[in-house]
Design a binder for this molecule. Structure first.
Ligand SMILES: [Zn+2]
Length: 101
């Protein structure tokens, strides 16, 4: 899994194409991610009391990880990720600017 929760990504496919947002959740087994404000699904919520109106809430649905591109936290560009291992620690490197991201 190249991206993680909290990363900012660019959506490159689907109806939310070119939207920049944050990863809320990663599903490694399914190769899917949940991105804030992307692929929203409407959900109806029933009123708790009889005097209240029902609400429609919007929740993000997951999208395939191949539909997002990481935005580098250092240079702010959509990028591919490389890895560097130093002193037994793995670092994620932006292929655009070469910095750890
Ligand atoms: Zn970069």
């Amino acid at each position: 899994m190249k991206v993680k929760k909290g990363d900012t990504v660019l959506v490159i496919s689907g109806k939310d194409r070119w939207k920049k947002s944050k990863i809320l959740q990663v599903f490694p087994k399914e190769n899917r991610v949940m991105v804030e404000g992307v692929n929203l699904r409407k959900k109806h919520r029933k009123p708790k009391n009889s005097g209240e109106k029902g609400q429609i809430i919007k929740l993000p649905g997951s999208i395939s990880i191949s539909n997002v591109k990481l935005i580098c936290s250092k240079c702010g560009k959509p990028t591919r990720i490389g890895y560097k291992i130093m002193e037994n620690k793995k670092y994620r490197i932006c292929k655009k600017c070469g910095q750890e991201t």
